[in-house]
Design a protein around this ligand. Structure first.
Ligand SMILES: [Zn+2]
Ligand SMILES: [Zn+2]
Length: 192
């Protein structure tokens, strides 16, 4: 291997053992605090697990990283390293401007609080677990929680108060982000 290689050259490379077994992808490079000259490769093996291997385990670097013959791959552990924690943190922070904590993460852009203009006679089917507005999929005739990623049964009392599409007659889904009702059959917003 070359005597100098930059961190950015290593990150993202796939790691294989000498006998062509896939180990994982290099996510980061770290130092062993007890021995700072010992640079560690932080390799994600999939499913959020990582292994750490010393830099000296590398045999060759090219389009992939090839490990030396006698390297033993330690058992993968859950990602608890500093780098992984900081990488995932911002996603988990819910903006303070959110009305409820139940909005899906992808809607977490700090928009102004949603003031609902929905007439009181309409009911918004919501997920009993997280409170998200449910999506009605006409092709399955079922209600789906985009946050919990599962289908939810809606009581007939609520269904009776859900507005329907004037074009196709299917139930409308309330899009909290825009405060509007949407028909997933016609793929358009509907004024109710
Ligand atoms: Zn839910
Ligand atoms: Zn429709």
């Amino acid at each position: 291997m070359p005597s100098t290689i930059s961190r950015s050259q290593l990150i993202g490379l796939k790691v294989y053992t000498m006998d062509a077994k896939y180990v994982g992808v290099i996510k980061d490079v770290g130092f062993d605090l007890n021995n700072p000259s010992n640079i560690m490769l932080i390799i994600e093996t999939g499913a959020g697990k990582i292994v750490e291997l010393p830099m000296k385990a590398i045999s060759a670097v090219g389009d992939i990283v090839l490990l030396s013959k006698d390297v033993e791959i330690p058992e993968a552990k859950e990602t608890v390293s500093e780098t992984m924690v900081s990488a995932t943190k911002p996603v988990q922070v819910s903006p303070t401007t959110q009305v409820t904590v139940s909005q899906p993460a992808k809607q977490a852009t700090p928009t102004a609080p949603v003031t609902t203009t929905t007439p009181v006679q309409w009911a918004i089917p919501r997920c009993p677990k997280c409170g998200s507005a449910l999506i009605y999929y006409p092709q399955y005739r079922r209600w789906y929680c985009p946050k919990c990623r599962e289908y939810v049964n809606v009581s007939p009392e609520i269904l009776a108060r859900v507005p329907r599409c004037p074009t196709c007659g299917n139930y409308l889904s309330y899009i909290e982000q825009y405060g509007k009702w949407y028909c997933y059959q016609c793929q358009k917003y509907v004024n109710v």
